[in-house]
Design a protein around this ligand. Structure first.
Ligand code: PEP
Ligand code: MG
Length: 825
């Protein structure tokens, strides 16, 4: 019997029977049989019912291939009719017998005959009168007496469950959970163990590990005179399983049964190699095991359980690595608000993507991107988000929407990006024109005000409370160590700030694969100095201003090197077009004129002169490095002086200097000559010796095509797939959002290539570039550092092409480590 033919529940029950657990007689109907039933071809009912005792009532439960795909609810007590009712009154008393009959009529009426549930409620006193009343209601609604033939009852139940599986809602729900379109349903028919009757009768559910933490802990409930999973729903009377302060427990009242259940859990864990939740029934004191399912679990618990099973040698370590869904890890990886911090609540919404982040309020995706370009943290606040907002979401530290639930666009994308997100904060009023949001208590917050989104609790807070960095617990760390044993490709982090670098370190990144240095110029008073540098007249003036930037940069690199001790740090030289540092509005221009003590008209004219029609293809990256070489000289000096300083303290790092936006070999040759010159000068001045690598960021098609001669001057090549995607497609990174959803909806592109690595097109160029690069230099180090770096598709591609490492955002590092391991296993 396989889960692919009979479903997971059937397969599991078969195992429980093999383990000689007290499972009532059970038969399984395959997906094909159930499909036939849905089409109106019932199997021979006499055959189906043959293994069962004529006097036994039956239950039917769904058995989909993956239990998470759901299925119609179980139907119990099939076979109940007037004759059985009369017999049962003698055996178990009228109240119990009538309760069972009433329950069956109710279930049958609602789920099989599809009658109005409001007409079929269970009476407080299950007596002859209430039974008569319910039967009459059934007759009035259907023009037929309640069916008495057990074979007809069972046939009808099977048919209704088979058809329910085909319903549109059921289909959409399971497809959302990853079920294929043609997913099948199996059905399990089982003899009822009667939880209602004489002696100790009841039903319950037990599990042996905690669903939130995954740690060993017996939890569950038992309810006397009940069936199915009623104990879990009961408001009162249910008793707990273990001794504790909440009153009587099964452990105290029925120690033998409790011991049997504990042994059953242990057996399941060892033989089914899983933490199971077991459904059981006591019938006149005897234990029956009806069903077992994998326990529901949080991401944290899924890691804990997999690791504990491997540590107990129940599953191999590799299997533990395979069992944890990489995406689930990202939930555990986020910064949280310090639990002891005071919270000034603005509004509460639905917690849609975990973690907390603070930033200035922005109300459009474009503002979010502009804010990110300035290196400023922002929170994107929208009524709801649409695919056009993706870039903005990417650029924002957190997202807040007024509409939508946990599967809304904002929620899904937020989780995918690992961006904290709260949705459905409907008590907030947003006024885009005024640039304001109004809290339910009347307080008004404007664009630019700092708020915090707590995607773990759903709260939006004023300001920025103290945060706690994410940390890996022991199980998490262990799992990732096992993953690292299996992994055959390196994982580095894209980290620009000391905080990013610390996160990267905490997540065991093997170095920094991309440090974008430009953000460093947006901080504090550096922007002013930067502007002076841009406006400096001639080389000497410029060098003087750069001398003021030098110590700031040196301090930045020192901090990074100290954190990344012993590892490689790849610093990318200055990349963006200069005008991004200049003001665009009148007020900003006036400020700048005042700062430079120059006439406004002069400043405006020079700012305008720096504008480009196509700045992303204009004077940026290495072009700037060639045209104004003093900038790269200053950066190289800052890097080397920082290196010399940390080395003097006994800290070593492997420094890599990366040249962006290269398209010709000569660009590299020129930059390399100057950087080498600076290195030699710093070595002489500091009387020290150090080495470094110089490499190239391959992000123009020509750099990929000419990778062989570029590699002659570059010790490493790192593919910047953001720009490379832009240039390969001829798609603007900043503007493609306008039509991307139309393109994806109509299947022009399968996915947005800025989010899903385009193996067919961009991949072709990357593969060719890697191959040519190796032709130029056998031991050239090859990697990828665009936004795609941490994705499964990109990691798979990079492994296939023998890349040395992928580099991704720090929070994706653990996900990438696990993904890479799973691909290698
Ligand atoms: C890239 O282009 O892929 C890249 C990593 O650089 P940036 O996104 O900074 O242009
Ligand atoms: Mg780039």
């Amino acid at each position: 019997m396989t889960a692919a033919v009979y479903g997971g529940r059937a397969k599991c029950l078969q195992r429980l029977v093999r383990l000689e657990l007290p499972v009532p007689t059970t038969i399984a109907l395959s997906f094909d049989t159930v499909r036939d039933i849905a089409r109106g071809h019932l199997p021979d009912m006499a055959k189906v019912m043959a293994p069962f005792d004529q006097k036994q009532l039956l239950s039917v439960r769904p058995s989909s291939q993956d239990p998470d795909w759901g299925g119609p609810g179980a139907i119990l007590n099939i076979g109940m009719n007037d004759a059985r009712h009369a017999e049962m009154i003698d055996q178990i008393g009228e109240a119990a017998a009538t309760t069972i009959y009433l329950r069956f009529i109710q279930a049958y009426a609602v789920h099989v005959a599809r009658l109005d549930p409001d007409e079929f409620y269970l009476p407080d006193t299950p007596d002859a009168a209430s039974l008569k009343a319910m039967r009459e209601t059934y007759e009035v609604e259907t023009d037929e007496p309640f069916p008495q033939d057990p074979a007809k009852q069972l046939g009808d139940v099977l048919r209704s469950m088979a058809r329910a599986w085909d319903g549109t809602t059921a289909r959409l729900l399971r497809e959302a959970k990853g079920a294929p379109k043609d997913a099948g349903l199996g059905l399990v028919v089982q003899a009822m163990a009667m939880g209602v009757g004489v002696g100790e009768c009841g039903s319950g559910v037990i599990q042996y590990a905690d669903s939130v933490t995954g740690l060993p802990q017996i939890t569950g409930r038992y309810l006397r005179q009940s069936q199915g999973r009623e104990a879990l729903r009961a408001q009162k009377d249910a008793i707990y399983l273990t001794k504790d302060s909440r009153g009587a427990s099964l452990e105290e009242t029925y120690p033998a049964v409790f011991a049997e259940l504990v042994a059953c859990g242990d057996l399941c864990r060892r033989k089914l190699r899983e933490e199971m939740q077991v459904e059981f029934t006591l019938e006149n004191g005897a234990l029956h095991i009806l069903d077992a399912v994998r326990i529901q679990r949080s991401s944290r618990a899924s890691v804990q359980i997999a690791v504990a099973l491997a540590q107990d040698q129940i599953i191999p370590r590799e299997e533990a690595v395979m069992r944890v869904e990489p995406a689930a890890l990202s939930e555990l990886l986020h910064r949280q608000i310090d639990p002891s911090a005071a919270r000034d609540l603005i509004v509460r919404g639905i917690a849609a993507s975990p973690g907390a982040a603070a930033g200035r309020i922005v109300l459009t995706a474009a503002e979010a991107q502009a804010s990110a370009a300035r290196g400023e943290a922002c929170v994107l606040v929208r009524r709801e988000t649409t695919p056009e907002d993706i870039r903005g979401m990417h650029a924002a530290q957190a997202v807040l929407t007024m509409r939508g639930g946990v599967t809304s666009h904002a929620a899904v994308i937020g989780r995918g990006l690992g961006v904290p997100c709260v949705v459905g904060a409907s008590d907030l009023v947003i006024d885009r024109k005024a640039g304001q949001i109004t809290a339910p208590d009347g307080r008004i917050f404007s664009v630019g005000d700092v708020i915090t989104v707590d995607g773990t609790t759903g709260q939006i807070l004023v300001g920025e409370p103290p945060m706690r960095e994410a940390a890996l617990d022991d199980a998490f760390r262990t799992l990732l160590e096992w993953a690292d044993d299996a992994r055959d490709i390196g994982v580095r982090a894209n980290a620009d700030t000391p905080a990013d670098a610390q996160t990267a370190r905490n997540f065991a990144a093997e170095g920094i694969g991309l440090c974008r240095t430009e953000h460093m110029f947006f901080e504090g008073d550096r922007l002013g100095v930067m502007r002076e540098m841009i406006f400096a007249e001639g080389g000497d003036d410029r060098a003087a201003v750069l001398d003021r930037l030098l110590p700031m940069q040196r301090a930045d690199f020192r901090a990074l090197f100290e954190i990344m001790e012993g590892q490689p740090v790849c610093v990318r030289l200055f990349d963006p077009p200069l005008h991004e540092f200049l003001p665009s509005d009148k007020a900003g221009l006036r400020d700048l004129a005042a700062q430079l003590a120059e006439p406004l008209s002069e400043v405006t004219a020079r700012v305008n002169a720096l504008r480009e029609y196509n700045p992303m293809l204009g004077m940026r990256g290495v072009r700037l490095g060639i045209a104004i070489p003093e900038i790269y000289d200053m950066q190289a000096r800052a890097i080397f002086e920082a290196l010399a300083a940390v080395r003097a303290k006994g800290i070593d790092v492997v420094v890599e200097i990366m040249v962006p936006l290269v398209s010709a070999m000569r660009e590299v040759e020129l930059v390399k000559a100057r950087v080498d010159g600076v290195a030699n000068a710093v070595m002489a001045e500091t009387k020290s010796r150090f080495t470094y690598r110089l490499g190239v960021m391959v992000e123009t098609p020509r750099a990929a095509l000419r990778a062989h001669d570029i590699a002659a001057h570059a010790q490493f090549l790192s593919f910047g797939t953001n720009d490379l995607t832009q240039m390969t497609y001829g798609l603007s990174r900043d503007d493609a959002g306008r039509f991307m959803s139309a393109y994806v909806q109509q299947g022009v592109y399968a996915e947005d290539p800025f989010h899903t690595f385009d193996v067919d097109g961009v991949g072709e160029l990357v593969a060719l570039g890697a191959e040519r690069g190796r032709q130029g230099r056998k031991d050239v180090i090859i990697s990828i550092c665009g936004e795609h770096g941490g994705s499964r598709v990109a990691i798979e591609f990079c492994r296939e092409h023998g890349f040395d490492y992928v580099s991704c955002s720090p929070f994706r590092v653990p996900v990438a480590r696990l993904t890479a391991a799973q691909l290698a296993l």
